[in-house]
Design a protein around this ligand. Structure first.
Ligand code: CP3
Length: 376
């Protein structure tokens, strides 16, 4: 983690804000000196430093050791020179204190030993042991102590639907049959499950905010499996309630899902401050779908990081041109960086975001337009 962070210096790009200020202001749709940038799964397996830690520790050991989780978080954020760090943890951690044990199978993703299927299983879930997750908050405290304002600090949790899908299916799923079976056939049990999850997740997010998280990202990664009607009937109300409870802690919420083009107007109704867009929808169309009073995050195809530099740069520029320099855009990938991604490409993207923002700012000034990316 020896790489010098340059974000507080005034670069040729005219940047003057700290990464933390730039990121937080964009979440709140306030003008920034340059579009902030970070990446979903920025600290994952594509990074050699992470692989080195993983050779000696399991994923759960890293998550449960605040020193290791903080180190992995900090190393990735510094190496990429991004504007925000996301705490190294996993979506499924809250399952354990709720009473569901799981393992990460090499190459196969998570597996829950005894998936829930019935109202009785849901009754047995505990909501009073969220303090057991304190190791995540402790890791956040270490990262914020290290970075101060230099970086935004992102805490995260799963959304009720996406976590319920793991609890019920026992792992990843193609059709979510068991999840939807419960949702359709026992709506009272479904509601009880949603309520229990929201209780635990709100407490968990509050711990993270208390420890220094500036923003909470709620991952509803698999919400795109739902029709608009089912999303609105079975998922929107509880997610709305979770978003509100997190915002009551005094931080903005980023709400993210994949394959959500048709759900975006409904996702906006959760009240989240920022909606994460995947790459399938052009950024400007996504923004139109969520409306004026909401920021957007995204949405480069993470697999474009495997393209030649000229094509990759063109895709980065396309996202930024579609964002049009209006306040309320955070540059990101449309879903997590995948293993095998060349780290240098990710670093190049960060540089291009800053370069292209400066260029677009100059263009808009030349045209006599209100400079879109204003300095304070
Ligand atoms: O880059 C980072 O900052 C990593 C931190 C992070 C992890 N999981 C660690 C992890 C984050 C933000 C997550 C979130 C997560 N976990 C999500 C939501 C994000 C998304 O992609 O939509 C989901 C669905 C999970 C559940 C999960 N964890 C799965 C499906 C898998 C296996 C598939 C995969 O990508 O490997 C995991 C394992 C996991 N969690 C790994 C990491 C770095 C890789 C496994 C390992 O290192 O052993």
């Amino acid at each position: 983690m020896a790489i010098q962070n340059t974000q507080t210096e005034t670069l040729s790009t005219g940047m003057t804000m700290t990464g933390g200020a730039r990121f937080l202001r964009a979440c709140l749709r306030q003008p920034v000196d340059c579009t902030p940038v970070w990446f979903l799964r920025q600290a994952g397996r594509y990074m050699p430093e992470y692989q080195a830690v993983r050779r000696v520790h399991s994923l759960m050991e890293i998550c449960k050791s605040p020193a290791l989780a903080a180190e992995v978080t900090i190393t990735a954020a510094e190496k990429l020179d991004v504007d925000a760090a996301i705490i190294f943890a996993d979506l499924l951690l809250p399952l354990e204190p709720m009473g569901l044990d799981f393992v990460f199978q090499a190459g196969e993703g998570p597996q829950v030993y005894r998936p829930i299927r019935s109202a009785a299983d849901i009754n047995a879930l505990r909501t009073d042991r969220t303090a057991d997750l304190g190791y995540v908050a402790e890791a956040i405290a270490r990262v914020t102590a290290h970075f101060g304002d230099r970086m935004g600090m992102i805490g995260f949790c799963g959304a009720p639907f996406t976590l319920a899908s793991y609890m019920i299916e026992g792992g990843g799923s193609r059709n979510y049959t068991a999840t939807k079976y419960l949702m359709y056939n026992d709506p009272a049990a479904w509601e009880a499950l949603m309520q229990k999850l929201a209780t635990v997740l709100a407490d968990y997010a509050a711990q993270q905010v208390e420890a220094g998280a500036d923003v909470i990202q709620i991952f509803d990664s698999w919400a795109g499996a739902l029709s608009v009607t089912d999303y609105r009937e079975f998922v929107l109300p509880i997610t709305q309630s979770l978003v509100r409870r997190v915002q009551d802690q005094g931080v903005p919420v980023i709400y993210f899902g994949v394959d959500t083009a048709s759900l975006l107007p409904s996702m906006r109704e959760t009240g989240a401050d920022v909606i994460g867009l995947d790459w399938r929808i052009p950024l400007d169309a996504g923004r139109l779908a969520v409306g004026e009073h909401c920021a957007v995050q995204g949405n480069l195809d993470p697999i474009a990081l495997f393209a030649p530099e000229s094509l990759l740069r063109a895709r980065v520029e396309e996202v930024l041109r579609q964002a049009d320099g209006r306040p309320g855009h955070i540059f990101n990938v449309g879903h997590g960086i995948v293993p095998g991604t060349p780290v240098e490409k990710v670093q190049r993207v960060v540089g291009w975001v800053r370069e292209i923002c400066a260029q677009l700012k100059a263009e808009s000034t030349d045209l006599g337009r209100e400079p879109a990316l204003r300095q304070i």
